[in-house]
Write a protein that binds this ligand. Structure first.
Ligand SMILES: C[S@@+](CC[C@H](N)C(=O)[O-])C[C@H]1O[C@@H](n2cnc3c(N)ncnc32)[C@H](O)[C@@H]1O
Length: 247
């Protein structure tokens, strides 16, 4: 299943998106404190159902928004959330290959960039869409995410993607802060259900599924360790200080 289809089928997204809501809320606070132009033009990548917008639109009065997502179904849900707002436009767009005219004072995204195949290339392309003095600010999953699930594999192949280290993100010209958000699930099944319900169950490319017996053993070890899975979230900023990544 494609990434867009996986997210498109995540009908229950908002009910299972407690971490995403927390991350979006903190990112909104960070963005609201930026020195933005008056009536800023804002491009959002991977808007999903609109959690970040919900936390931010009223804090940036006069802004003109373009909310975009790879999944048409997600765009539709964001459109419904913000129905009747003439200041918000919606489009289906691959944020890795942005196809949009104009320059933006702010490009913002929460927990979508970890799906990009070529993060440095995407940052370069998005940076070129920034107006002078503009900011690219995003959160993404970083190394250490779901480490507890990986450890429970005890040497078996794990489908959890390889997320970047903070140093690799800094090397892309980004200012980076890292935060770990441990989540205790009811059991391993609850963890797997939550990951699938938010559309994030797509394994790393080439991953071969475990046999039922292997998966059962992994789930048992995960539960014996407390059924905790940590999101390690990087908040990344490319602004006036990150010009080199735009060249
Ligand atoms: C975990 S959700 C986050 C959604 C929302 N930003 C939030 O905080 O709730 C990831 C979103 O990224 C979108 N996405 C994945 N790859 C993308 C891409 N290449 N371009 C744009 N959006 C993408 C998915 O469709 C999904 O809506």
């Amino acid at each position: 299943m494609s990434i867009a289809d996986a997210f498109g089928r995540a009908a229950d997204y908002d009910r299972h998106a407690a971490v995403q809501r927390t991350v979006a809320g903190r990112l909104a606070g960070r963005v609201a404190a930026l020195p933005l132009a008056a009536a800023p033009r804002i491009l959002e990548i991977g808007c999903g159902t609109g959690l970040l917008g919900a936390a931010l639109v009223d804090r940036l009065p006069g802004a003109r928004w373009h909310m975009t997502d790879l999944s048409p179904a997600m765009v539709e849900r964001a459109r419904q959330r913000f129905a009747g707002r003439p200041d918000i436009a919606f489009a289906t767009m691959d944020g890795e290959a942005p196809d949009i005219a104009g320059r933006f004072d702010l490009i913002v995204s929460s927990l979508a960039f970890q799906w990009f195949a070529d993060l440095p290339g995407a940052i370069g392309r998005l940076g070129k869409l920034l107006a002078p003095g503009g900011h690219l600010v995003f959160t993404t999953m970083a190394a250490g995410s779901f480490a507890e699930w990986r450890v429970a594999h005890d040497g078996l192949p794990c489908g959890t993607p390889d997320y970047p280290e903070a140093g690799a993100l800094s090397a892309m010209g980004l200012g980076v802060t890292i935060e770990a958000l441990p989540v205790r699930h009811h059991d391993a099944r609850g963890f797997l259900h939550a990951v699938k319900a938010i559309g994030a169950g797509t394994p790393r490319p080439g991953h071969k599924p475990l046999t039922p017996a292997q998966l059962h053993a992994v789930m048992r070890r995960f539960e014996e360790a407390g059924s905790i899975a940590s999101y390690v979230v990087a908040t990344c900023v490319l602004g006036a200080s990150g010009e080199q990544a735009r060249a």
